[in-house]
Design a protein around this ligand. Structure first.
Ligand code: NAD
Length: 298
């Protein structure tokens, strides 16, 4: 039997309906500023998806494109102005940014209450603290959580995947995906293991876990040798690969995850596809964050 599909597009549509209703009831229009440095085609495609979703729910996107060679000061002055503007409620600097810029300092320059990507240290600390599991955990605000991590949890919950007490493996330890996802899963009482590029016997580790979140950015990393019956697999990876049977198809770029979908779907209990799984959830969660930021400011 084939695995159940964890359909991110379907859930995105559901969230869009909810957000549209919420936006319609607000006095002003929530406005997301997206700062793009250079015009990498992949980044432009992601920004396009955000604009499309924003239109769908009645929010606004203010897209600023800075030249590839802009220096740190130039980026700071744009962020500074956006921080001050009352009509801007969320700010993101589209990642990745050129190597000559300091990503940490740039994230720190964003007003934490407008940091809808959740990468300012103040928001990271809240994600970390609110997951500690003590009696007063509920008193600690969650802050703004990185959208992909938030989207993964929503996708699992929507599909009624049991998380509490479940052995869960996250492959990848980045600030953007792996670590915040680990924190949110701990908050849901999962038993969490984090694997990374130096982890040994990854396939064996995978088989010891019942939920696997794969966020390594390595096409084909997880195949049948790592999987067992009944597992829930969330594939975060997005890899642009060339391929296809015919010569024409061979030249075409297509998007694949880190999991060999054709092998996995025959073994596991549920799996998120690429595209159509975590990607749409990241966009929807970003706009949930924008509404949260709006409500913190207005
Ligand atoms: P990253 O490069 O910052 O981190 C990758 C992580 O994977 C690292 O912690 C590394 O140690 C680990 N890793 C690499 N090779 C490994 C291996 N062979 N075995 C085990 N671990 C390994 O990347 P990121 O920003 O966390 O993104 C990860 C992937 O998720 C990328 O493909 C990215 O495009 C994708 N992504 C998708 C969305 C979405 O909305 N669908 C959002 C963010 C990121």
């Amino acid at each position: 039997m084939n695995a159940k599909i964890l359909d991110g597009k379907k859930l995105q549509d559901k969230i869009a309906v909810e957000l549209k209703k919420e936006v319609a009831g607000l006095k002003t229009v929530p406005n997301l500023a997206i700062v793009q440095i250079g015009e990498m085609p992949q980044s432009s495609a992601y920004i396009g998806m955000k604009k499309k979703f924003s239109e769908k729910i009645g929010a606004k996107v203010h897209h600023i494109i800075l030249p590839l060679g802009v220096d740190q000061k130039g980026v700071f002055s744009v962020i500074d102005e956006l921080n001050k503007r009352k009509d801007i409620h969320g700010i993101i600097v589209q990642l990745p940014i050129p190597k000559h810029l300091d990503r940490y300092q740039i994230m720190e320059a964003i007003d934490p209450s407008k940091d809808v990507d959740g990468l300012h240290s103040k928001n990271s600390a809240l994600v970390y603290e609110s997951a500690y599991g003590g009696k007063d955990q509920k008193n600690i605000p969650e802050g703004l959580v990185p959208a992909t991590a938030k989207g993964i949890i929503s996708l699992l919950k929507e599909n009624k995947v049991k998380i509490g007490g479940i052995k869960t493996l996250i492959i990848g330890r980045s600030l953007l995906v792996g670590k915040p996802t680990a924190m949110l899963l701990l908050k849901e009482n999962a038993t969490v293991t984090v694997a990374h590029s130096k982890t040994k016997d990854l396939n064996k580790l995978c088989k010891e876990n019942d939920i696997i979140i794969v966020a390594a950015g390595k096409a084909g990393l997880i195949g049948k040798g790592a999987l067992k019956k009944g597992q829930v697999v969330v594939d975060v990876g997005t890899n642009a690969v060339k391929g296809g049977k015919t010569l024409e198809e061979h030249e075409k770029i297509k998007l694949v995850g880190d999991v060999v979908f054709k092998e996995a779907e025959k073994i596991v209990g549920a799996i998120s596809p690429v595209p159509g799984g975590v990607g749409p959830m990241t966009v929807a969660s970003l706009f949930q964050n924008l509404l949260k930021a709006y409500n913190m400011q207005v």
